[in-house]
Design a protein around this ligand. Structure first.
Ligand code: GDP
Ligand code: MG
Length: 434
């Protein structure tokens, strides 16, 4: 599975100390194999790999992030950019006519009901048209689904020809003042002229604003040929990837986008009518590759840490001048990064979660304590005796036990820092260079 392969690849990548040309090439090679194995179009694989390589080589590695994590972020962003579309959602015209097409078994009928339910939830007056006249079972299937979601269904009468039926349905849905009408059409086992002719006919009668092509996620690269063939006959406006919950998920979305320029608008994620969601590149990529956590961590660090101040603090720590002022700055910085437990779990060698808790109230009190100290005391907390503690407590509106507790904590942090900066593997706290 693509996901498993990449997961193990990422594990290896995360160990990198530096982004060098050599380990970038190695990582790119792995990514290429993984994407190809997922049946992503070779042109797409080539494009993505090239872009990731260029970006990775040109990236200044942030001091506080493991290079492997940063590489993953670059890869992630390239994938998202690749999938992102200009077309957002469905046409806003009303009444909106949507024609669904696709091969037999791709999931059209199921998708028609899913899309209807989704529109209904979005406060539309929606109806379904059973325009698959080739199989009587198809009409029954749609009728059953429609009653399940409580949506009206329009079906042909016995012996009624497709053209006559569609004209009638068009008129009827207008009279019923529906805002969205979804036309489920017939498919074939394979692309053939008859299927495409029938679709063209349906298109010319209904004149839909949206023509959505349903593709089975497992189709892989063959999906590209299918889309191309449909596009030659009918102006497909968007894609729906069905059965995204299956095994062979992945390649199709990238390949189709590259070759046809068409975007995926929705994903079908199960057999139930509720198993349907608007397509989001972010969500797809995260689900495929499972690196959402790393990416959001890198984003946070990138957004909120200034490298200069980090370098300075690091120098201080190395020269053992790390005082309470610095500690306060550190705590503010850490707090900005969000829940600390989560953050700490990213840091290799950090002795478990929950070692430092910072909540707003506590931070405010600690700030008050530090600010009530003299510069001398902040630089060298060892000189703070009982008398000084009383003064600080008064000045900060806190208590002596609180100050004792805080100083104890600071001392243990200082010891921790000393211990880790002395160790070989190094202690990669946000303020440390690797
Ligand atoms: P059609 O011939 O294109 O109309 O396809 P159908 O709607 O009849 O679907 C064919 C089969 O695929 C049915 O058994 C559906 O239950 C199943 N199916 C459709 N969409 C999904 C999906 O998103 N996930 C899963 N697991 N099955 C689906
Ligand atoms: Mg069908």
């Amino acid at each position: 599975l693509l996901q498993q392969k990449l997961q193990s690849l990422f594990k290896n990548l995360r160990g990198y100390g530096k982004l060098s040309e050599e380990n970038i090439s190695g990582a790119i090679r792995e990514i290429r194999l993984a994407l190809l194995a997922a049946d992503v179009h070779y042109q797409v694989v080539r494009d993505i790999c090239e872009e990731v390589k260029q970006k990775a080589l040109g990236t200044k590695v942030l001091e506080s992030i493991r290079p492997g994590d940063q590489f993953i972020k670059i890869f992630h962003d390239a994938l998202i950019e690749y999938l992102a579309s200009e077309k957002q959602g469905l046409s806003t015209e009303r009444p909106l006519r949507i024609l669904l097409c696709g091969l037999n078994g791709s999931g059209k009928t199921t998708t028609a009901a899913k899309l209807a339910l989704w529109c209904k939830k979005n406060k539309e007056r929606v109806g379904l048209v059973a325009a698959d006249l080739t199989r009587p079972a198809a009409r029954e299937q749609l009728t059953k689904l429609a009653s399940q979601i409580d949506v009206p269904v329009y079906a042909p009468e016995k012996e009624e020809k497709i053209e006559a039926f569609l004209s009638r349905a068009l008129e009827q849905t207008k009279q019923d003042r529906l805002s969205v009408v979804i036309y489920d059409t017939a498919g074939r086992l394979d692309l053939d002229e008859e299927l495409l002719k029938e679709l063209q006919l349906a298109y010319s009668v209904v004149l839909p604003q949206e023509v959505l092509l349903v593709i089975d996620s497992a189709t892989g690269q063959k999906g590209v040929d299918i889309v191309k063939a449909f596009l030659e006959k009918i102006p497909v406006s968007g894609l729906i990837l069905s059965k995204f919950d299956g095994d062979a998920r992945g390649g199709a979305a990238f390949s189709v986008k590259k070759v046809t320029g068409l975007s995926v608008l929705f994903l079908g994620t199960g057999e139930k009518v509720e198993a349907f969601e608007p397509f989001r590149a972010e969500r797809l990529v995260d689900r495929l590759f499972g690196f959402g956590d790393i990416v959001s961590f890198v984003e946070k660090v990138e957004a909120q840490i200034k490298e200069e101040s980090l370098a300075e603090i690091e120098k201080k720590i190395r020269s053992k001048q790390f005082g309470l002022d610095d500690f306060l700055v550190q705590m503010r910085m850490l707090k900005k990064l969000g829940p600390l437990d989560q953050l700490l779990s990213y840091l290799p060698g950090f002795p478990g979660k929950g070692q430092i808790e910072i909540d707003d109230k506590k931070l405010k009190r600690i700030e008050a304590i530090v600010l009530s100290m003299t510069p001398e005391e902040r630089k060298n907390p060892d000189i703070i005796n009982g008398k000084r503690k009383l003064r600080i407590a008064k000045g900060s509106g806190t208590t002596v036990p609180e100050i004792n507790e805080f100083l104890r904590r600071f001392d243990s942090v200082r010891k921790l820092i000393k211990k880790f900066s002395a160790s070989k593997e190094g202690f990669k706290f946000p303020f440390f260079k690797n």
